[in-house]
Design a protein around this ligand. Structure first.
Ligand SMILES: Nc1ncnc2c1ncn2[C@@H]1O[C@H](COP(=O)(O)OP(=O)(O)OP(=O)(O)O)[C@@H](O)[C@H]1O
Ligand SMILES: O=P(O)(O)OC[C@H]1O[C@](O)(CO)[C@@H](O)[C@@H]1O
Ligand SMILES: [Mg+2]
Length: 551
């Protein structure tokens, strides 16, 4: 570990923070002195006193580690994983009173401004001996802002696949900036990341965005691939943009993180804010992503149709394929919501077709008992099985995501082939593929409210000078989360958690895990006994109660 050089000045913000707590000396690095790709500094922890918060580690542009990790420890095992601030790398930035304090709509609200010390706990299920654990900075308006209204030049970009609510987020960023902060210069970047250097921009006003939340898709357009960081930051610099709102999934947040790093490297006063978007709900730490609720609701229509078809034919089988590349949340929640689904197959839970405990045996049992059945399959499920029987092209999309083999068609054919060998059991299989339909719809009421909170939290954070963060709810409270926390892992359904167990008991489907399997797993990972594995999110190592999307 490399310790702090003793003579480097502590950046202003931490100087103030630490001096007020009396916790550490003023010997932390000026970040601009540590912007070389490999530099990394750490402050050796000093013993904590009651109630004291201290900065224990801080890295500059350590590209191999966590860029800009700002870890602050308090007593009782309290850890704040803080987000970067413009003042971390720019000295003497002026700050201004938040214009909201003169706005009659807000000034009457008691405690409208967030206390500077408010943080949100990542884990809320605790024992009396548990350490207080990881916290994130609470989102919301601050008393002081680091931008004057007429100084702000904001831009918004949407990247990756579609998701219900994209237009609502765009609308609410524009309305939040203009109505709350009096910002008039907001640009829409067309067509995703490459739009920064390859496309025109759209001037966005509250009037322009007024009705867009009623439409699916994104008025800005979106794309995959084409992330040239140097060109993007050149374009940001040329256009004198100083707030960048980036709406997208895990890939997009990784892109946002490198844009942020490049901006710091150039010493620009530009806040970079990520707004997590993913229909798959695969972004770590946050409770759930916007549009997920809508997608689950929309999926019900396909499942209902499959059920009606299955019920009406002799030995009817309805197969519905839903989105979920690596994470089966949509399939899991759509199944739990519907009650008409007899079997749900997701990428996280390998299954097999033949033999005792296999899918075919279960289908036969269902048909004998009920005369029909519905199977929901997430698009990423069973990919290894398909690859065994089909030649895998191993192709990727322009962002580098692996293109999936069509599990819906494959599974339907396999079931048909199986029953073709059993002339006494004639089946009637209907395959429904609503994949794009569930993400192309406008967001529902609850997602619209959620999108509004996200957008407003993003705007407040940027105005307050925070940067390099993703905004999102953690245990129901909106928080600012450092980029590295949302990009280092992908959230997945944990099949040893309670939520999957709830699904298994709701559908009564086989777990496809043999007893030896579970025992083997236990042997492999002696850390977990059964009780801890069955706790919500306990074995996920990520987002506490919300890790399985338990919302
Ligand atoms: N590791 C990365 N570093 C920089 N940019 C990236 C990275 N991964 C993806 N991107 C860029 O982010 C954009 C969106 O990525 P991607 O297509 O993977 O979608 P996403 O944001 O993950 O959304 P979703 O998967 O939910 O549709 C693309 O322009 C892609 O080039
Ligand atoms: O939009 P594309 O490139 O067809 O990608 C589809 C993928 O995007 C997602 O909807 C994620 O956004 C996945 O569920 C799906 O596999
Ligand atoms: Mg993605």
């Amino acid at each position: 570990m490399e310790y702090l050089p003793s003579k480097v000045a502590l950046p202003q913000k931490f100087r103030a923070e630490c001096q007020s707590n009396g916790a550490v000396g003023n010997h932390l690095p000026d970040l601009r002195s540590s912007l070389s790709p490999s530099s990394s500094v750490k402050v050796p922890p000093t013993p904590s006193r009651n109630g004291e918060v201290k900065l224990v580690s801080k890295r500059g542009m350590d590209l191999e580690g966590k860029p800009f990790a700002k870890i602050i420890q308090g007593n009782g095992g309290y850890v704040l994983e803080d987000v970067p601030h413009l003042t971390d790398y720019i000295d003497d930035l002026p700050k201004y009173p938040n214009p909201l304090q003169d706005n009659p709509a807000y000034s009457v609200v008691k405690q409208y401004f967030v206390n500077i010390d408010d943080t949100v706990a990542q884990k809320i299920v605790v024992h009396k001996t548990s350490p207080r654990g990881t916290h994130f900075r609470r989102a919301g308006p601050r008393q002081k802002v680091y931008f004057e209204s007429d100084e702000v030049r904001a831009c918004i970009v949407t990247c990756g696949g579609l998701c219900p609510g994209l237009n609502t987020v765009i609308r609410e960023i524009v309305c939040g900036l203009s109505h709350m902060y009096g910002v008039t210069r907001i640009l829409g970047i067309e067509g995703g990341y490459k739009g920064f250097y390859a496309r025109n921009t759209i001037p966005l006003t509250a009037k322009y965005v007024n009705d867009i939340h009623k439409r699916g898709g994104t008025v800005l357009g979106t794309s995959r691939g084409g992330q040239d960081t140097t060109k993007i930051v050149d374009s940001i610099q040329d256009r004198r943009i100083n707030q960048v709102y980036i709406i997208g999934g895990d890939g997009t947040q990784k892109g946002a993180s490198v844009i942020f790093e490049e901006i710091v490297r150039r010493g620009l006063k530009v806040s970079v804010v990520g707004i997590p978007k993913t229909i798959d709900n695969d972004i770590a730490v946050i409770d759930r992503s916007f549009g997920f609720d809508t997608a689950v609701e929309e999926a019900q229509r396909a499942i209902n149709a499959a059920h009606v078809e299955a019920e009406s034919g002799e030995n009817g089988i309805g197969v519905v394929k839903l989105m979920g590349r690596n994470s089966g949340f949509i399939a899991m929640y759509a199944t739990l919501a519907s009650r008409d689904v007899d079997c749900c197959l997701i990428p996280e839970s390998p299954f097999y077709l033949e033999g005792p405990g296999g899918l075919f045996e279960f289908i036969e049992r269902c048909l004998k008992e009920h005369g029909h059945m519905v199977i929901v399959v997430a698009e990423g499920a069973g990919q290894e099985l398909i690859a065994e029987t089909m030649r895998s092209a191993n192709s990727k999309d322009p962002s580098g995501n692996k293109l999936l083999l069509d599990v819906g068609l494959w599974l339907s054919q396999k079931i048909k082939d199986h029953f073709a060998k059993k002339p006494k059991m004639v089946i009637n299989l209907k395959y429904i593929d609503p994949t794009y339909m569930i993400r192309a719809v406008p967001s529902n009421a609850s997602d619209n409210v959620y999108c509004t909170l996200l957008a407003q939290s993003a705007v407040h954070g940027a105005m307050a000078g925070y940067t390099g963060f993703t905004v999102g709810p953690v245990n129901g409270r909106h928080a600012y989360i450092p980029f590295y926390r949302t990009t280092e892992t992908q959230r997945k359904v944990v099949i040893t958690d309670r939520m999957w167990a709830r699904l298994l008991s709701s559908t009564n489907q086989p777990s496809f895990l043999s007893h030896e399997h579970v025992e083997d797993e236990d042997e492999d990972d002696g850390m977990h006994d059964n009780s801890s594995q069955l706790a919500d999110g306990a074995s996920s190592g990520g987002g506490g109660a919300a890790e399985n999307g338990n919302i």
